[in-house]
Design a protein around this ligand. Structure first.
Ligand SMILES: Nc1ncnc2c1ncn2[C@@H]1O[C@H](COP(=O)(O)OP(=O)(O)OP(=O)(O)O)[C@@H](O)[C@H]1O
Ligand SMILES: [Mg+2]
Length: 460
């Protein structure tokens, strides 16, 4: 069933239930009100008759009362003798009715004060009020006065209520229809549009346009879907460029391997030199595959970190010592500035070592002379800063260096340029430690790379 129809049905049923309950309540209340009013009126009239007859107990008085009652609409008046045998009545009273009245009074006789009741034995569907009063002269019952009054007002009220109910029913049906239209127009249709959009996205079309949506929940849903589509589009794009990068980076060394291996087969004399090239290219491929493997594992969340309390300066020094031989080859020197206190962090020793090596290797590659390394304490973090005297970074490059496969144009063109994964791995590792990374261009010359890690404690 469509949403709009469902909602309209719910509203319609709720309204109907309310209307029926209200009408029933109203009917009950008005019925008891009428009943009391009518009964009271009849009783008062009968009491007045009794009093006058008791006061002037003559045949004329009785006749006079009968004449008065003749003028009452919808009323029958009967005077019974003390045995309920003889009777006198207004014109239209029939024998059959008298018998019924007698029986009723008989059933009420345990009361000597008279009684009245709304009789359910109705004539033509109209309830009647029956009332009687015993006539007492000198402490003896000498007869009974009886009135039967029809209550057509009940019927009228019932008719009215029926009409009210019917018109409310019609009104609520109409309202439910309007509601259904409204729902269809403002909720059903936009949802259907979203359905079509998501179907297109499911078919691989990420260039769908979502219409400017309203500010309600449907609008919110549409905006979230828009965001999701955008994200999917960027995933698709990054997957494409990732595949392009990987295949490009693998193809270059493979070309060398192929070319040099065929050279070896043609002229075995230079085999040693050619094998060296093949080896270095194979090493490059191995590194690339290793890096990719690490990143994939990080993405899938399969990477387990063995955290322990480590002292930052010592781990930085260790990384510098590892890279020193390589730096010496490039005539690069390190200038390491230690903090006055020992700063401890929670870290996976091997991963942090690798994260540092990636940044340090870059610095050695790009600097002209020295690399400045500083470890310092900020408010709640430890900052490791690696600063070089190289060409530096444009603001855009400083943003992008952390992305996978990103290389500045200069690095891309050099043959020994890396694959552009080093800093991406560093970023992932540092973030897995609850830290963050930042690259800045230096005003004079060079770039600085900052790794921030949550501080565990300080030892003086
Ligand atoms: N200290 C630096 N000065 C200037 N540019 C840098 C510096 N460090 C990195 N870059 C730029 O950022 C790019 C990305 O660095 P990243 O370490 O991720 O990759 P890579 O060094 O090219 O390759 P890999 O590290 O995977 O072997 C580099 O190619 C280079 O263009
Ligand atoms: Mg690198």
């Amino acid at each position: 069933m469509k949403l709009s129809v469902k909602m309209a049905f719910i509203v319609f049923s709720a309204m109907l239930l309310l209307i029926v309950t209200m009408c029933l309540l109203f009917y009950e209340v008005s019925q008891s009100f009428y009943k009391n009013q009518l009964q009271e009126g009849v009783e008062q009239r009968l009491t007045a008759h009794r009093e006058i007859i008791e006061q002037y107990f003559y045949e004329e008085t009785l006749q006079h009362v009968i004449v008065m009652e003749e003028h009452e609409n919808d009323a029958q008046f009967v005077f019974f003798d003390e045995n309920l045998a003889g009777w006198e009545a207004t014109d239209e009273v029939t024998e059959k009715e008298v018998a019924e009245y007698r029986q009723w009074i008989d059933s009420q006789t345990n009361s000597e004060d008279g009684a009245s009741a709304l009789s359910r034995t109705t004539h033509h569907g109209i309830p009647h009020v029956y009332a009687y009063e015993p006539l007492i002269i000198e402490n003896e019952i000498v007869g009974y006065l009886f009135v039967d009054e029809a209550t057509p007002e009940f019927d009228e009220t019932r008719q009215h209520l029926l009409w009210i109910m019917l018109s409310m029913f019609g009104g609520s049906t109409l309202l439910a229809g309007v509601f259904a239209w409204f729902m269809k127009h403002y909720i059903g249709r936009p949802l259907l549009r979203l359905k079509h959009t998501t179907e297109r996205v499911a078919d691989g079309d990420f260039d769908v346009k979502l219409r400017a949506a309203s500010r309600d929940e449907v609008g919110e849903l549409s905006r979230s879907i828009g965001l999701m589509v955008e994200q999917l589009r960027s995933y698709r794009d990054s997957r494409r460029s990732f595949l392009a990068n990987v295949s490009h980076d693998l193809r270059t060394p493979l070309t060398y391997v192929k070319a040099y291996s065929s050279l070896i087969s043609q002229s075995p004399d230079d085999a040693a030199a050619h094998a060296k090239v093949i080896n270095s290219e194979a090493t490059r491929m191995e590194r690339l595959v290793d890096d990719l493997f690490q990143l994939t594992k990080l993405d899938e969340g399969h990477f387990t970190f063995a955290f322990e309390r480590v002292e930052v300066a010592s781990i930085v020094k260790e990384a510098i010592d590892t890279i020193k031989p390589y730096a010496r080859q490039h005539d690069v020197f390190f200038n390491f500035e230690e903090p006055a206190v020992k700063l401890f962090i929670n870290a996976d020793h091997a991963r942090l070592h690798q994260a540092l090596l990636n940044v340090l290797t870059n610095a050695v590659k790009h600097t002209t002379n020295t690399v400045q390394v500083t470890v310092a304490k900020t408010e709640a973090e430890v900052e490791i800063c690696i600063q070089d005297e190289g060409p530096g970074l444009t603001p855009e490059e400083a943003e992008k260096v952390w992305e996978r496969f990103y290389r500045t144009d200069e690095a891309r063109s050099t043959k020994d340029g890396g694959s552009g994964l080093g800093l991406a791995i560093t970023k992932e590792f540092i973030e897995a430690h609850g830290g963050r990374v930042e690259a800045r261009n230096l005003p004079e010359t060079g770039a600085s790379f900052h790794l921030y890690l949550p501080l565990l404690d300080v030892v003086e």
